[in-house]
Write a protein that binds this ligand. Structure first.
Ligand SMILES: C[S@@+](CC[C@H](N)C(=O)[O-])C[C@H]1O[C@@H](n2cnc3c(N)ncnc32)[C@H](O)[C@@H]1O
Length: 255
C-alpha cells in the first residue's frame, strides 16, 4: 500500500497566495509537514491532517533534512497522502529538489505543486517589477548565503544590466554590496529590502547600494534584497498613486 507525496509551494506568507491546487492537496492530506514561514493557523483551516512544523522556529533547530525524507517516505509507504508544504516555491532555494530525489530513489510517487516565490512576489508586493522595458530585460536570483556561489552567479552578468534579487542575504548585506561594487556595480544603484512580504510584518526600505549595509532591519523577519533601476518604478508608482497621476505621466530615471 503506497500513498504519495505532494511537494507544495505555500507562497511568501499570505494564504490568499496559495494556489487552488495547494488548497486541494491540503484538504485531501493525511499528513502535512510544513516549514516555519508557513501560516500555521491558516493551515488548520484548510486541512484535517496531522500537521508538524519541521522548519526552524524561534530558539529551536529545524528537523534534519534526512529526518524529513524519512518521515515522508515512511508515511507514504503506510498509504498516507503527504503534503510537504514549503515556503514560496518548493524548487527555489528550498531543498525541494533534494526531497524529490529522495522520494524518487525510494520509489515513492510524488508531484510538485509550484508556489508563488518570494523571489518575485516580495518585490512585486512592494511595487517593484523585476523586469521593466528600458530598465531591466531580465533578473538574476541569487542566494546571499554562500559568498562563493554569490560571486560565481555575479560573474555571469554585466553590472547594472539585469535586476538582482537576493534571498537569504540580509545578514551579509554590507559584504554583498561590496562584492557588487568590486565587480563594477555603481554604488548609486537603487536598492530595496522587502521583509515579511504579504504578512502583517511587511516592511520595505529603499535607498542605494551604498546605504544598504548601514540600514537597520526589523528583527526576526525573512527578507529579500532587490538591486537595480527597477526599484525606481516603485517610487514612480507611489508618487503617481498619491497624486493620482495618469500612467503616462509616471517618470523614472536611471542610475
Ligand atoms: C530558504 S529560502 C526559500 C525561498 C522560497 N522557496 C521561495 O521561493 O520564496 C528563504 C528565503 O526566502 C526569502 N523569503 C521567504 N519568504 C519571504 C517573505 N515573505 N518576504 C521576504 N522574503 C521572503 C528570504 O530571503 C528567506 O531568507
Amino acid at each position: 500500500m503506497t500513498g504519495h507525496v505532494s511537494l507544495v509551494g505555500a507562497g511568501p506568507g499570505d494564504p490568499e497566495l496559495w494556489t487552488m491546487r495547494a488548497v486541494r492537496r491540503l484538504e485531501e492530506a493525511d499528513l502535512v509537514l510544513y516549514d516555519a514561514l508557513v501560516d500555521a493557523r491558516a493551515l488548520r483551516r484548510f486541512t484535517r491532517a496531522q500537521c508538524f512544523c519541521v522548519g526552524k522556529r524561534a530558539g529551536r533547530e529545524s528537523v534534519r533534512q534526512e529526518t524529513i525524507h524519512r518521515l515522508m517516505i515512511r508515511a507514504a509507504r503506510a498509504g498516507k497522502r503527504v503534503v510537504r508544504l514549503k515556503g514560496g516555491d518548493p524548487f527555489v532555494f528550498g531543498r525541494g529538489a533534494e526531497e524529490a530525489l529522495a522520494l524518487a530513489m525510494a520509489g515513492i510517487p510524488f508531484e510538485v505543486v509550484p508556489g508563488v516565490s518570494s523571489a518575485i512576489a516580495a518585490a512585486e508586493l512592494a511595487r517593484i517589477p523585476v523586469t521593466h522595458r528600458g530598465l531591466a530585460s531580465g533578473f538574476l536570483v541569487l542566494s546571499g548565503h554562500d559568498a562563493d556561489g554569490f560571486d560565481a552567479g555575479l560573474n555571469a552578468v554585466q553590472p547594472n544590466v539585469v535586476s538582482l534579487v537576493i534571498l537569504m542575504g540580509l545578514g551579509a548585506r554590507g559584504d554583498l554590496a561590496a562584492r557588487l561594487a568590486a565587480r563594477g556595480w555603481s554604488w548609486g544603484t537603487p536598492a530595496a529590502i522587502v521583509c515579511g512580504a504579504s504578512t502583517p510584518d511587511e516592511w520595505i526600505w529603499t535607498g542605494s547600494l551604498a546605504e544598504i549595509g548601514e540600514t537597520e532591519l526589523p528583527g526576526g523577519v525573512a527578507g529579500v534584497i532587490v538591486i537595480g533601476d527597477v526599484v525606481r518604478v516603485r517610487e514612480a508608482l507611489v508618487t503617481a498613486t498619491s497624486r493620482e497621476h495618469t500612467a503616462d505621466e509616471v517618470k523614472y530615471g536611471r542610475s
